[in-house]
Design a protein around this ligand. Structure first.
Ligand SMILES: [Zn+2]
Length: 187
């Protein structure tokens, strides 16, 4: 068999001092491995594979944990998006939800959601509410992109009467308040 002409340079292992290709026969092969991976990967392809495998494991672990946390945040977002969307498709329950929101301790806002489900034009309703309660009222997009009416000040005590008197199609039984995070019937 014709011997391949070897390059004159012999790579000596910096750990055990043997030519790198003999490291595996030396007594310190384990210690040599990191150096070999760095400096003589061609001589020990298996070594490289092993270490890549470990690295790959680490990476895939990281990927997994990342995708788990990403996954959960995505599903949360989807929940928020799906809830109202799903309800609309099925047949949205006709109800009006009123919530008093306090901002900056003093400033109260009363939000009214759902008037549009009774065929009420929100911009009209907003004007009427502002006039009736002599305050600012505006149509804004709520957290789920649905439009709601924000009325400045706490009008939650008079609002039910006003709604049922102004829009006769709205029964008082369809009006709810959010109190301490719970939805309670207004009547
Ligand atoms: Zn060595």
């Amino acid at each position: 068999m014709a011997e391949k002409p070897q390059p004159v340079e012999v790579l000596y292992c910096a750990v055990c001092g043997l030519p790198a290709e003999y490291c595996e026969f030396g007594s310190e092969f384990e210690k040599c491995k990191p150096w070999l991976i760095q400096n003589a990967p061609d001589l020990y392809p298996d070594l490289l594979k092993d270490s890549n495998g470990k690295e790959a494991d680490k990476v895939s672990d990281q990927l997994q944990s990342t995708s788990i946390s990403e996954g959960s945040s995505t599903s949360k977002q989807e929940e928020v998006k799906r809830l109202p969307g799903g309800k609309i498709k099925k047949k949205e329950r006709q109800e009006i939800v009123i919530e008093k929101v306090t901002r900056n301790r003093r400033k109260s806002i009363t939000t009214i959601k759902g008037l549009d489900l009774f065929g009420v034009k929100l911009s009209d309703a907003s004007k009427k509410l502002g006039k009736k309660f002599a305050t600012g009222a505006s149509v804004v997009k709520g957290p789920t992109e649905k439009e709601q009416i924000d009325v400045q000040g706490d009008i939650s005590y008079d609002i039910v009467d006003f709604i049922t008197e102004t829009w006769r199609d709205v029964p008082a039984s369809a009006v709810f308040f959010i109190e301490d995070g719970k939805k309670v019937p207004a009547v």
